[in-house]
Write a protein that binds this ligand. Sequence first.
Ligand code: MUC
Ligand code: MG
Length: 388
Amino acid sequence: MAGDFSIEAVETVIVDVPTVRPHVLAMATMNTQAMVIVRIRCSDGIEGIGEGTTIGGLSYGDESPEGIKLTIDTYITPILRTCDPRHPAMAMALVSRHVVGNHFAKNAVETALLDAMGKRVGLPLSELLGGRVRSRLPVLWTLASGDTASDIAEAHGMMDAGRHNAFKLKIGKRSLEEDVAHVGAIKSSVGGRASVRVDVNQAWDEATAKRGVGMLADVGVDLVEQPIARANRAGMARLTQLSRIPIMVDEALRGPEDAFDFAAKAAADVFAVKVAQAGGPSAGRAVGAIADAAGIALYGGTMLEGPVGTAVSAHLFATFPRLSFGTELFGPLLLTQELLATPLEYGNFTLVVPTGPGLGIELDEEVVAAHRRDRPAKTMTFPKAVAG
Ligand code: MUC
Ligand code: MG
């Protein structure tokens, strides 16, 4: 047991928040985002928070919000109850000995442990992760309304407001010709004012991708993300070799072992680091280090997390010496509700990395309570019938 220091309680709640507009990806259309908020309460009175979030239930990956909650409640919490919260790495090593995979659940737990630790020692999480080298991160926006004219209007609104000057377009649902026409129309409208990249989310076979990367290069695209199936690493290496524009790996990058393999096979020009997909902040840091050592460019990815997952990602990405393609940490801006007491600060095409201890954020408890999936149903009251 842990002497005087112990973990007294681990709480998980699923929070559902509608998005500002439908977000259309190759594999799912999102109208709401479901976030698992984790709280770890320690015996010294400190509480750490974390977030487990994915996209479209089980359509993006093999962990769902409900599964993340179950994994933490049933399997991880009993392990944590035996751990000393002053040693987050020891706690996570014990968790990993008994829980295989489940990277999103582990990320939520490690985030909460590190948030508590940062609050305990009075340091921002980025300093616990080795130290920040930047205090603002470039942030792009994903144009994914499903309609070219709406996407163009959205892009100009974002550029004029100083919010985003780089855009990621979700393609792969329509034919290659239709997708290239859509991307080309957006690029020619924004011109030199913005960088345009695409994410195919594995939707193409290699033959389509071979034609696609050339056509996208011709219309001025700067980067192609995960064009083919996660399992086709040899295909990624061939595309990386032949493409005139950089190829980025996303879904296939599930931690340091994948990072090493991709680097060894020269199967990507750019790594999209996703803290949850990597298995937590420590694993995400290792992915970044492997990329750096191999001369592979870095990009800070998101699972469209709310503010807690976005904050931990911001702290990690702030430690990367080179972040050539910026980040996509816009998740909270896609939500209709603000979940923090003080919102994350966006401006001048960047996100400000929080400076307070731990994650440096505080939940707005009323908003969280109002969006809990398990909140009591509203009961209707009817006026009593008047006898007579
Ligand atoms: C993905 O595959 O990259 C990140 C931004 C966005 O719009 O979707 C995600 C998922
Ligand atoms: Mg992606």
